[in-house]
Every structure is written in structure tokens, then in C-alpha cells.
Design a protein around this ligand. Structure first.
Ligand code: AMP
Length: 614
């Protein structure tokens, strides 16, 4: 394993890296550092977000910078204020043992006079947003005639944000002999053309495949009707009590609205977008970085490049208009070797947008059922128990009160006591999610069934093979999960799934007869495991329970790849699911529903009282 020392960095830089806990160079650092140290050739680097890009370009520059000269020798252009500040902070950390090196971030929304004053003292490395950089050049405060390095970071985003003119202006005042380094996580056509114009005969390096997301991220999608989008979001937060997440929205307005709703519902959330003042943005970011804030609702631009290493989830409240943005969003999680989940909440109409993204990231989205009330309660309860286990008791302070407490509770046995204490906090969730409906999109399911009948030969039972599977309700199997399990075997595309019967310890499902052999060999060959049980599938001649409809149970038909709809038709042996008529038409008031459900849509429901959890 090559070390930073072997890459040719000096002892001051090595010391700073040790201070930061960087042990070995990342892939992009291994490739970029020796290249920039040994050659003046321009560089075009494909690097995913979170892979150590900042050190990759700044360490070789720090190695070569002339600390005795106050000239600006390097400028890093970055699309957002936050990213500019972050990069400047990183460089300050990397250079803390090198005497005389100064780094300054210049960005809009902060006092330009202040920045000018600092500039006048002589700053070798500038990190700037394009707009403020041009402003300072126009005021003749920023002089780039002795520039040696120009770095374009997140070039695609700068172009997306319409900074092409600013980039042209900045380029025009820099010397020809400089070295230009272009770093980008994605490489759409516009970036290729900017590279053509601004880079001379560049050497190309790449860490990971172009446009691919990081391997540490799994991609999931949930299908909901539009009105349930927000409710689904809350369930995702509720089923993950330790969630630390960015929720991405497409516009500032959507961002603020979602954040306001979450805050109103008691979540530990806040908004980050361009309508906020710089001070507000700084304050939100600081809280989020310190984990005083659990959920950040943000626009793509505002969250661009943010270096928060341990996000558990990235949630796409709505998918971005430009598919490349998805890579940037999901790249906020799964950083620094950690695993992360990127979730897309889509309506059935938006589902088609997932395919081009899958092609771009080179990974499949896993369709995932929206958590049920029961799952949420279970996770919250476990979290509560963990808290009880971990809580430190202040023996001295509590001792005075204990005798009277013991006296009051003396008639309760251990079990009763536990139940009561746990219920103090848990009851809110329990009440709230009691009878909570299935939010998986039923309209979509019906649409799929209609479509599959249209133009296709309508199949009847004779065209289906019935399979026995050795798992059931006791293994937490439900129809959505079973369809998911079938999908995961990748038997063939779009196989029709017929009736599903979930019983206590085993179940049945029907699949297109033409794929009988493939189904058997897929399940056998994949050595499938479900909730810790080895899955066994057999062809069975057992007839359907309940009344088999002539012409087949059309309502229950699905195709593989459609596992997410949990709202499929009630089937015999599937008693834990809500009958379709309960929620079949979203928006209809549910008769006899408990208080929390009395509103016409679940999207507008109230949330259980919550505590700040981080
Ligand atoms: P970046 O892609 O520059 O935003 O870096 C992503 C994260 O990885 C940041 O938190 C860096 O501090 C961290 N990082 C970068 N390089 C290394 C390294 N060689 N070893 C450990 N952490 C690193």
C-alpha cells in the first residue's frame, strides 16, 4: 500500500494528515497527487463525491506553493458558498504546519469589504464561488496574473447553475501557462465541452467508473400516490429512529414546505436553500454537522458537496429533473467507507424515471414496501429499550426520592412495571399507528394489472404454476415481501405473478407456467435466505384455498418488478392485510377509523409527539 510519504509530500503536510487521521491515500489521491507533483499537464478527473477529491488537488498544490510570495497562486472555483468554505477549511487544516500559507474563501452573501481586507494581506490560495470571484476581479481586488493552478471543482454543477459566463471571465484574466485541474463526479456533455475549451491536452484520471454511484449505497424506491408522499416520508423517518438524513427537494419552496411540515410535526428537521441568509445557512449547517439536527431538507444546490460523512439515508422527496443530480444526492451517503441508503419516493407515473438513473449509476433500485405501523412501532420500541439499557442512573441524586417511589410502586410486579414505563413513551406511537393504512400505491397496482391485460393474452389458472414456499407470516412474510423475494431471484423479466397465499408457517404463490424450471433453479441456485430461514420452494398441485375465480384472479396479478404495492387485493389466508375497500380509493374517508385517521387523507395526518433524538 503506497503511503502519503511515498507520494512525495513533505513532513509538514504529512504531520497535518496524521493530525486529521488520514492513514492512507484514497484512489483519487493516489492517482492525482503524483501526477500534479510531477507534471504541469492539465488534468481531467472523474471522481465520485466523498472520495477525497479535496485532498487530491490541494495536497500537491500545497507541496509546491511559494509561501514567501503573497501572490495568489491557486484558485479553486466551487459552485456553492458552503462547498467553498468547506474546501477552504480543509486546505487550512492540510497547511496548518506550513508557515506563511494563507487560504481564503470568497463567496456572495458575506461582506465583500471583509474579504477585500483579507485579500490585501496576501493570500496564496483562494476558494471562490464564480459570482463573487468575478466581482472581486472587476473591483481589481483579486489579481490572478501570477496564478499557477486553476481548479474547477464540481464543474457540472457550476454549469447547471449558469456560471458559464463567469467562468469565461475568470479564465480570461488568468495566465496561459497555468495548470488547470477539472474535477467532477459526473460527466455530462456540457462538462465535456467545457473541458475541451478550458483544458489543454489533459491527462484523464478516474476513480471509480464515470457517473457511477458509490458501491456503499443501496438504492430503494417506494411507490405512493401523490397525496401520500409526505406521509411516506414520515414513515421512513419513524421506522429509522436513528435516521441522520438529507431530504432532497427540487425547489426552494418545496424544501421550505416539507421542512415546515416536519418541524410542525415535531421532527428534528430544518431547511437549507438559497432563500435563507448566509447566517441562517451557516447556523443550519453547523447544527446538522454537529448532529444537533437529524434531518436536513435541502435543494440540490444548497447541499452540493457537503461533507457530512455518516448520513444513514438520502431521501429523494421528488426525483431531480436532471438525472445526474441523483448521483450527487445519493453520493451524500455511503461516504468514507460507510454504508448508506438512498431512497426515492415516486408516484406510479414517476416510476419510469428510475430506469435512466439505474443505467447511469449501474445499479438497480430495490422496490421496498412503505413501512407498516407495526414495523414502525417495533423499531421504536426496540430503540426505547436500547435507551433504557444505556441510560446512566445518577445514584446520588435519585437516592433521596427512591424510598417514596418504591413505596408507591410496591404493588406492581416486574412485568407490569416494565410495561408501564415503556408505555409512557411508546403509547403515542402505538395510538398513532394503530390501524394506520397501507400507503403503498394501490392505484398503481390496478394500473399495472390493467396494462398487463391490455394487448396481452389474458391468462387463466391453467397458465400458472403453483409453488409452495416454506416461509409464512411467522417469518414476517407479506405479499409485498414475497413479490420482492421473487424479484430478487431475477428469474426473467416481467413474469406474471398470480395468486399469493400467505399462511402462518408456509405460503403459496403462482407464476407463469413457462418459467417453472427457471423458477425452481433460481431458488435452488441462489441458496435463498429469508429472515434467517433457508428458503425452500416446491411445485405443488394443491388447489387454491377459497374461491378460485373463473378466468383467474385478475386483481391479484402482478408482474415481477412490481413488488412494492402492498395494497393488493385481499386474498384468502392473507388476513392481516386491509381489505381493498377500506382504502381502495385514497382520499375517501374511512368509516370507523380511529381519531388519527379521521382525515380524508393520511398525508395530512398529525404526527405523534416526538423528542429530539440526537
Ligand atoms: P472529499 O471527497 O474531499 O469531500 O472527502 C470526503 C471525506 O473523506 C472527508 O471527510 C475527508 O476528510 C475524508 N478523507 C479524504 N481523504 C482521506 C484519506 N486519505 N483518509 C481518510 N479520510 C479521508
Amino acid at each position: 500500500m503506497t503511503t502519503f510519504k511515498e507520494l512525495g509530500l513533505n513532513s509538514q503536510i504529512l504531520q497535518a494528515l496524521t493530525d486529521l487521521g488520514y492513514e492512507n491515500p484514497t484512489e483519487i489521491q493516489l492517482k492525482a497527487i503524483p501526477q500534479v507533483l510531477s507534471s504541469k499537464q492539465d488534468l481531467k478527473a472523474f471522481a465520485q463525491t466523498g472520495t477525497g477529491k479535496t485532498a487530491a488537488f490541494s495536497l500537491p498544490i500545497l507541496e509546491q506553493i511559494d509561501a514567501n510570495s503573497g501572490d495568489t497562486q491557486a484558485i479553486i472555483l466551487s459552485p456553492t458558498r458552503e462547498l467553498a468554505m468547506q474546501i477552504a477549511n480543509n486546505i487550512t487544516d492540510f497547511s496548518k504546519h506550513i508557515k506563511g500559507v494563507k487560504t481564503l474563501a470568497v463567496y456572495g452573501g458575506a461582506s465583500i469589504e471583509d474579504q477585500v481586507r483579507k485579500l490585501n494581506k496576501g493570500v496564496q490560495i483562494i476558494v471562490g464561488t464564480p459570482g463573487r470571484t468575478v466581482d472581486l476581479i472587476n473591483r481589481r481586488q483579486l489579481k490572478l496574473q501570477n496564478l499557477k493552478w486553476l481548479i474547477l471543482d464540481e464543474a457540472d454543477e457550476m454549469l447547471n447553475m449558469g456560471f458559464k459566463d463567469e467562468l469565461d471571465k475568470i479564465l480570461a484574466v488568468t495566465p496561459k501557462e497555468k495548470q488547470t485541474l477539472l474535477f467532477s463526479a459526473t460527466f455530462p456533455r456540457e462538462v465535456e465541452s467545457i473541458a475541451k475549451n478550458y483544458l489543454k491536452n489533459p491527462i484523464e484520471i478516474s476513480a471509480g467508473e464515470k457517473n457511477k454511484g458509490t458501491d456503499q449505497v443501496s438504492h430503494q424506491y417506494y411507490v405512493v400516490s401523490e397525496r401520500n408522499r409526505y406521509a411516506a416520508l414520515k414513515r421512513i423517518a419513524d421506522v429509522n429512529p436513528d435516521i441522520y438524513s438529507i431530504i432532497f427537494c427540487r425547489t426552494r419552496r418545496e424544501t421550505q414546505e416539507v421542512a415546515d411540515k416536519l418541524i410542525g410535526d415535531g421532527y428534528n428537521a430544518d431547511a437549507l436553500h438559497g432563500d435563507l441568509s448566509q447566517a441562517q445557512r451557516d447556523s443550519v449547517m453547523e447544527k446538522f454537522r454537529n448532529k444537533a439536527l437529524q434531518i436536513l431538507v435541502a435543494t440540490d444546490v444548497a447541499a452540493r458537496g457537503l461533507d457530512v460523512t455518516d448520513l444513514t439515508h438520502v431521501i429523494n422527496h421528488k426525483l431531480p429533473d436532471q438525472i445526474e443530480s441523483y448521483t450527487h444526492r445519493s453520493g451524500r451517503t455511503g461516504r468514507a467507507g460507510k454504508e448508506g441508503i438512498s431512497i426515492a419516493i415516486v408516484t406510479s407515473r414517476e416510476k419510469g424515471k428510475l430506469h435512466p438513473i439505474e443505467r447511469l449509476i449501474g445499479k438497480k433500485f430495490i422496490s421496498t414496501p412503505i413501512p407498516t405501523g407495526k414495523e414502525i412501532c417495533q423499531n421504536q420500541l426496540l430503540k426505547l429499550i436500547d435507551k433504557v439499557q444505556d441510560i446512566k442512573v445518577n445514584e446520588t441524586e435519585i437516592s433521596d426520592f427512591l424510598p417514596s417511589i418504591y413505596e408507591k410502586l410496591k404493588d406492581l410486579d416486574r412485568e407490569e412495571l416494565i410495561k408501564k414505563f415503556v408505555s409512557i413513551e411508546f403509547n403515542t406511537f402505538l395510538t398513532y399507528y394503530q390501524n394506520a393504512p397501507d400507503l403503498n400505491d394501490s392505484e398503481h397496482m390496478r394500473g399495472v394489472d390493467r396494462n398487463s391485460d391490455r394487448g396481452n393474452r389474458r391468462r387463466d389458472d391453467e397458465n400458472m404454476t403453483r409453488f409452495f414456499i416454506n416461509i409464512g407470516k411467522k417469518d414476517k412474510l407479506n405479499p409485498a415481501r414475497l413479490i420482492g423475494l421473487i424479484n430478487d431471484q431475477r428469474i426473467a423479466k416481467n413474469i406474471e405473478i398470480g395468486q399469493i397465499e400467505i399462511l402462518d408457517t408456509f405460503s403459496f404463490f403462482e407464476l407463469d407456467k413457462n418459467y417453472e424450471k427457471e423458477t425452481m433453479s433460481a431458488f435452488e441456485g441462489n441458496d435463498v435466505d429469508f429472515e434467517g430461514r433457508n428458503v425452500n420452494v416446491e411445485i405443488t398441485t394443491k388447489q387454491r384455498t377459497g374461491q378460485a375465480r373463473s378466468g383467474g384472479d385478475r386483481g391479484s396479478r402482478k408482474r415481477t418488478g412490481d413488488r412494492d404495492r402492498g395494497n393488493d387485493r385481499k386474498r384468502s389466508g392473507d388476513g392481516d392485510r386491509k381489505p381493498k375497500t377500506d382504502f381502495g380509493g385514497f382520499g375517501r374517508k374511512r368509516s370507523g377509523a380511529p381519531g388519527t385517521m379521521s382525515k380524508s387523507t393520511f398525508g395530512s395526518d398529525q404526527n405523534p409527539k416526538r423528542r429530539k433524538r440526537i
